[in-house]
Design a protein around this ligand. Structure first.
Ligand code: GDP
Ligand code: ADP
Length: 283
């Protein structure tokens, strides 16, 4: 499994030269490495920890392409994350209904079922002991304590089986979980769902009416911090309208195969959503 430690510039991998990283990949020798570095516009002296944002993205996309071309998950594993009440559940639900070819991962959680929630469809509802067991047995691809309350985790088996069978898998998880997936499966595509504006996010949270005013306040504080994580994601999709946002997420799951030759890597669009300014979200 290819793994790139961009997040730890002082660590052993952060100090690794990009050329060393590339030539450690089977079938990439000096000549091919030089050509790839040229294509990615990265100087030969660069270390993994010293790459600029664009260079990191180009290298990450190259890695994803490589894994895809050599039997890895490629673009078939997509993570949808974003701040509270942005509409992650709504967009994922729309995809479940209208794109049956996309497999939605069903998480395990220690929280109690809400009225209408179905075991094995919305979540696997498990006890704390069972969740501990799943962690110890390595059955979770990632897990996190969300909103300081309950634990949520992605069962590893179904994700791996779906990918092996050639299906696309969508994980609707929180931002900590997205980071864990990036570490475990660097070739996964990370999508950040954004609200059209900060005020609209507040309206959606309040309008949903599932949290007390104090809890809403706490989640909004967290949301401000979480919005800053947008830069870590491969794509941004603004959830103006559910159908359109869902389509953009599904479009990102199309196989990347062949694209490398269709357009220079640095010309590939990064964002799936409309232009926006981050400042306006905090307004
Ligand atoms: N890390 C992680 N987060 C998850 C997982 N499943 C759900 N979540 C997140 O847990 C949070 C709470 O979900 P939920 O209990 O459905 O409540 P709601 O978001 O308040 O409707 C959401 O932010 C989800 O994205 C998972 O398997 N792993
Ligand atoms: N595109 C949208 N336009 C208007 N309202 C939306 C949109 N997407 C979601 N909502 C509403 O916003 C609220 C929060 O959505 P939800 O899916 O529960 O968010 P999350 O899963 O991100 O916490 C819900 O009341 C939902 O109906």
């Amino acid at each position: 499994m290819l793994r790139v430690a961009y997040d730890d510039p002082e660590g052993v991998e952060g100090r690794l030269r990009v050329t060393e990283f590339l030539t450690s990949i089977p079938a990439i020798g000096q000549t091919k490495c030089a050509r790839i570095m040229d294509e990615l516009q990265i100087a030969a002296s660069k270390r993994l920890g010293g790459l600029g944002r664009l260079q990191r993205r180009r290298l990450r996309e190259f890695t994803a392409d490589w894994v895809s071309d050599h039997g890895g998950t490629g673009d078939r594993l997509v993570v949808l994350a974003g701040p509270t009440a942005v509409g992650k559940g709504t967009v994922a639900g729309y995809i479940r209904e209208h794109h049956p070819d996309v497999k939605l991962s069903v998480s395990a959680t220690t929280r109690a079922p809400r009225p209408g929630e179905v075991e094995g469809e919305h979540y696997y509802f498990v006890s704390d002991d069972e969740f501990d067991r799943m962690i110890a047995a390595g059955e979770l691809l990632e897990w996190a304590t969300v909103h300081n309350a309950y634990r949520y985790g992605t069962p590893r088996g179904p994700v791996e089986e779906a990918i092996a069978a050639g299906n696309s898998v969508l994980l609707e998880i929180d931002i900590q979980g997205a980071r864990s997936v990036r570490r475990a499966m660097p070739e996964a595509t990370l999508v950040f769902l954004l609200p059209p504006t900060w005020d609209e996010l507040v309206r959606r949270l309040v309008g949903r009416g599932t949290e007390s005013p104090a809890e809403q306040q706490r989640r909004l504080e967290t949301a401000k911090v979480e919005l800053a994580a947008v830069e870590e994601f491969d794509h941004q999709v603004v959830n103006h309208e559910v159908r359109e946002a869902a389509q953009k997420v599904v479009d990102l799951m199309r196989p990347r195969r062949g694209r490398r030759h269709a357009a220079p890597r640095h010309d590939l669009p990064r964002t799936g959503g409309a232009p926006h300014s981050k400042e306006s979200l905090h307004g």
